[in-house]
Write a new protein. Structure first.
Ligand code: ADP
Length: 286
């Protein structure tokens, strides 16, 4: 396949690059469409009939009370949901028009195109900072990459504002960094594979306010290149970092979560259409 042919294909169906980070094109941005998604754990639907569009190069925040299915929807986007025994989805999710659950689509290519950052920073504890940055890249390129990784490591660490803090100790364990630095290291690991979409599941909930602001600044910077979805319990954070907000709720005990409304963040926080959204945002419920 020529590089031009590759660039014309959505990343989700491309075979892994052998030299992932260096020549990834800056695309027009990636759009994620979720259509009538219902996600099950065994026979129980956790969240039902979710339809929403995640726009390119924007930050979309998922908010709502615990247990309404925000993380489940997030994990359905990069096919991590199906890793849980008995878990499955109905409905459709497309990334730039490609059905991520299509028969010909390899889940590994989906996870390469859609990176994920978790609540608890999870650098591989025995690996160096350097090796942590390239861990995902090595996995997706199956060791087929030509040349070294130095440039990629520096670029990813610069991109996450970590380079100056760690450049003199790249061979030290990732676990030796502070919580905020570890989370930025995990973001560096996620973007080193040049994904199109970055999913973040409460990335700041274990961090102090200063580290939280550093991550929020970083998110604002990363959205110039990536499509970002963030689950957050922090209303101020949703209003600070996101362009679009989706509010999920639980209609009643034992019932699956649903998407109540999605709109641009200013509208959602100032004049939401639904009373349930207003009650949640103003702290009256949830
Ligand atoms: P939220 O992110 O909004 O807090 P989750 O997506 O984590 O909600 O959970 C939605 C529902 O799915 C909850 O009822 C939760 O108990 C259930 N759930 C989440 N993960 C699992 C799992 N691994 N196995 C079974 N049920 C789960």
């Amino acid at each position: 396949m020529t590089e031009t042919e590759r660039e014309q294909m959505p990343a989700v169906v491309q075979p892994p690059r052998s030299d992932a980070s260096e020549s990834a094109p800056v695309t027009g941005g990636t759009r994620v469409e979720i259509e009538n998604l219902t996600a099950y754990y065994g026979s129980r639907a956790a969240v039902t009939d979710v339809s929403l569009t995640v726009l390119p190069r924007t930050v979309t925040a998922f908010i709502g009370p615990s247990g309404c299915g925000k993380s489940t929807v997030l994990r359905a986007i990069n096919r991590m949901h199906e890793e849980i025994p008995g878990a499955r989805i109905e409905g459709r999710i497309t990334i730039d028009g490609v059905d991520v659950y299509g028969r010909d689509v390899d889940p590994t290519s989906v996870r390469r195109a859609v990176g994920m950052v978790f609540q608890k920073a999870n650098p591989f504890p025995t690996m160096s900072i350097y090796d942590n940055v390239i861990a995902g890249l090595k996995l997706v390129s199956n060791g087929r990459r030509r040349g070294g990784y130095d440039e990629i490591v520096e670029k990813a660490l610069r991109r996450t504002n970590l380079w100056d803090e760690v450049k003199d100790r790249l061979n030290k364990a990732g676990s030796a960094l502070s919580g905020g630095q570890q989370q930025r290291l995990c973001i560096a690991r996620a973007i080193a594979v040049e994904p199109e979409v970055v999913l973040m599941d409460e990335p700041c909930s274990a961090l102090d306010p200063i580290s939280t602001l550093a991550i929020e600044d970083l998110i604002g910077d990363l959205k110039k290149q990536y499509t970002i979805v963030i689950v957050t319990h922090n209303m101020q954070q949703a209003s600070r970092v996101s362009d679009m907000t989706a509010f999920f709720s639980l209609p009643g005990p034992g019932l699956p979560g649903t998407l109540i409304e999605v709109d641009d963040t200013t509208t959602m926080f100032q004049t939401p259409s639904r009373k349930a959204t207003e009650d949640y945002i103003t702290g009256r419920v949830g």
